[in-house]
Structures are given as structure tokens and as C-alpha cells.
Ligand binder design. Structure first.
Ligand code: ZN
Length: 402
């Protein structure tokens, strides 16, 4: 330090101060007009009225919402190898999502490529749930139709060899993924998750199997994704009553995850479940080759739908930061707590008249919209770069083409 005496008088110096914004980090308890100081890629302090002269660089966040980098609990990031995958960094830079949990794109046979070409090649933090199916999501469906791909031993070996990246197990359970083999793949996914001691994420849609069969195999700490699906495995029963077993499991710690995607978010189901106080524990995008074209678009748009369904901004942000990070057993992510990695997102909370759609193109109007303006990872701005062209097979279903 060349100016030691001045430094002591003014306090420590920082690389960057994100100044003048409205911080919304409910997980860490930071809410209000606060500045965020960053040095060496980590948050040093979050406090009001920091002297801007103490930083080499100031990012002016006046009029903006400042949150931890968003954590998306349901994504598909395995571009070029799987049917669904898209490249994370260009999307992260325009959405504020700094941590992507890829859920089941890779199975045991394709996980080494996921590590090298996706996780290690991205500035975005990309983690994975390993698919029980050894082939993962190379193709749109049928990953469990061939029992030769249900290799619990091989999957366990792959999980144990990659503890830094694999945070759980994924199984898609619906009539298209299982093609007549019943609930057996979920039983094996349960066995695998128990063996490696990690959470299990089950996807639901239209059965068979039934939601009753799925519920029997879920435990507290597991994740049920597509919780507002309009498919016949929906967690809303006859007479619009929430499924009792799922509701009881949620009370004991089952994580209900939105996973909007291209076919898994129904306004009708969401509104009825919210009216019964069945709230999502995580609001995720299920972003992929199709859903990125709309009506899902991206995580900020999905969060905006829940703002306009009546949830508060802190409640919505918590479900895309601290809560999904906790579900991943990575409480070091999705937080501005001093000492954590300086992943931040800046948003404009726009007011106007907006129309949003669910996957059936049912419309709802709203007055609020979150728009990302800047994204930082490790304290550095993630530059906006062009997104790759969509795959030749990435056509939206006819009813979603607008
Ligand atoms: Zn998905």
C-alpha cells in the first residue's frame, strides 16, 4: 500500500462498488438502499453509503434492483450433444442467471463431455443432476424405454468421480420418457440417490405412471419439478384440491420447483394451487431449445409471471437465489453474504401493461416486468454476446407459434 495513512483514514479500498441500487437478497437479509463492495472477485461488504472514492471502479445502480446472481434450478445447457441444450453464457449475460443446474442432460456415457465442453468451458457456473439413464437427453424422449440404460452401478461410479459438479440425480417420469415400463426407473433412481446420498429430482407431466406412484418414492430434500404442470400428473386432484401426499411431503422439505419449460406451466393450475397456499419453493425456467423462443423465454420473464400472480419481489427473488442454492446443498451460491463469490444481477423493475402466456398460450396481463441490465460473475461483467442459432429441429408446436 503506497498511501497507507490515507487508506487507514478512509477505510479499506475495493476493486468495485455497485452503488446506489436497491439490494434484494432475502436469503442473506439484505433489503434496501445498499452498496455492494467487491475485491478479488468476492463480496467484501454490503452497506449503505459507501464512499465511491474507495473503489477503482464504480457501477452506478441508481434506480435498479441489485440481487445475487440468479440460480436456475432447472436448465438444459448441453449444447451440441443433446436435443434440448443451449449455450449458457450468452443467455446468462442478458438474464442475470449466474448458476445453472443442468438437470439430466448428461447420463453416464455423456458426462465426461459435459464436464469438458460445458462446465469447464463456461464462465457461468454450471452444475448437473446426472440422469439415471446412461444416454441422458440425447433425444427428446424414451430415455428409459430401454432397460439396458438403467445402470445404477455405472451412474453411481460417475457421481462419485465428479462430486464437484454432480449435485443430484434426475429422472423424467411420464408416458413419453418411460414408454410402458412403468415406475421402475424411478425406483432405481431412488436407489441411486440413496446410495450416493444426494437429492433426487423427478419430473412429472402426463402419465402413466401416476402421481401417486411418484409421491411414494419422494423424500424430504428431493425436488419435484413441473409443479404447475397442466398434465394429468398435476398436483391438483379432483375438485381442485391439492394432492395430499405431495402437500404433506412439501411440509417436510420436498422442494416444489416450477420448471416452466415448453409444456409445464399452466396458469389455471398455478392460480388454483397458489390459492390453496401451495407456493413454489424454487422458480426455475427449464430453458431449452424450444422454451427459449417463448412463451417461457427466460428466467426473469418467469419470475415476472409470479410477481404478477401476487408474490412479492423478495419472495420471488429468494426462490431464484437462496432457496434453489439450498436445494443444491450449495448455500455459498445465490447470496451477497460477505466472502461469497461476487455474482450479481442488476434489473430494472419496469411498470406498464404487459401480457404473459402459459404453455397453452393462455394469457394473463400484468403491470410489472423484471429486465436484466447487467450481470457480474466473480466481480467481472459478463459481456453480452450473440446466441447460437437454434437447432434445425427446434420448431415450436403450432399453438405456440406467434
Ligand atoms: Zn427440463
Amino acid at each position: 500500500m503506497t498511501d497507507g495513512s490515507a487508506g487507514a483514514a478512509e477505510g479499506a479500498r475495493f476493486d468495485t462498488i455497485v452503488a446506489g441500487g436497491e439490494v434484494v437478497d432475502p436469503g442473506a437479509g439484505f433489503l434496501g438502499a445498499l452498496d455492494v463492495a467487491i475485491t478479488d472477485g468476492r463480496v467484501v461488504t454490503v452497506e449503505a453509503g459507501l464512499d465511491r472514492r474507495r473503489a477503482a471502479e464504480t457501477i452506478d445502480a441508481a434506480g435498479l434492483i441489485v440481487t445475487p446472481g440468479l440460480v436456475d434450478l432447472h436448465t438444459h445447457a448441453y449444447w451440441g450433444v443433446t436435443y434440448w441444450g443451449i449455450e449458457p453464457d450468452p443467455v446468462s449475460a442478458r438474464t442475470g442467471v449466474t448458476t445453472w443446474l443442468d438437470v439430466g442432460s448428461a447420463g453416464a456415457y455423456s458426462f465426461p463431455g459435459f464436464r469438458r465442453y460445458v462446465a469447464e468451458a463456461s464462465r457461468t457456473r454450471v452444475f448437473a443432476l446426472l440422469n439415471l439413464s446412461s444416454i441422458g437427453l440425447i433425444a427428446p424422449s424414451w430415455e428409459f424405454a430401454n432397460p439396458d440404460y438403467w445402470d445404477v452401478d455405472l451412474a453411481a461410479t460417475m457421481v462419485e468421480a465428479n462430486p464437484d459438479l454432480v449435485l443430484g440425480i434426475k429422472a423424467r417420469i411420464d408416458r413419453n420418457t418411460t414408454r410402458g415400463v412403468g415406475i421402475r426407473p424411478l425406483e432405481l433412481a431412488r436407489e441411486l440417490a440413496d446410495r450416493v446420498g444426494l437429492p433426487l429430482m423427478a419430473h412429472i407431466g402426463s402419465g402413466p405412471p401416476s402421481l401417486d406412484e411418484v409421491a411414494e418414492l419422494l423424500r424430504p430434500g428431493d425436488i419435484l419439478t413441473h409443479c404447475y404442470t397442466g398434465g394429468d400428473m398435476r398436483i391438483l386432484g379432483q375438485d381442485d384440491v391439492p394432492h395430499a401426499a405431495i402437500r404433506a411431503l412439501q411440509a417436510r422439505g420436498l422442494v416444489l420447483d416450477v420448471g416452466h419449460g415448453g409444456g409445464s406451466f399452466s396458469y389455471d393450475v398455478a392460480e388454483k394451487l397458489l390459492a390453496h397456499n401451495v407456493l413454489p419453493d424454487a422458480i426455475s425456467s427449464d430453458i431449452h431449445q424450444m422454451s427459449v423462443q417463448g412463451p417461457m423465454f427466460d428466467l426473469p420473464t418467469t419470475l415476472s409471471k409470479f410477481l404478477n400472480l401476487g408474490m412479492s419481489l423478495p419472495d420471488v427473488i429468494e426462490r431464484a437465489t437462496a432457496r434453489p442454492a439450498a436445494a443444491m446443498h450449495r448455500p455459498d451460491l445465490g447470496t451477497l453474504r460477505p466472502g461469497s463469490r461476487a455474482d450479481l444481477a442488476l434489473f430494472r423493475l419496469e411498470e406498464g401493461d404487459y401480457t404473459f402466456h402459459d404453455v397453452g398460450m393462455v394469457a394473463r396481463t400484468g403491470t410489472k416486468r423484471l429486465v436484466n441490465t447487467l450481470t457480474l460473475i466473480d466481480g467481472k461483467i459478463l459481456p453480452r454476446t450473440p446466441e447460437r442459432e437454434l437447432a434445425p429441429w427446434a420448431a415450436l408446436p403450432a399453438h405456440q407459434r406467434r
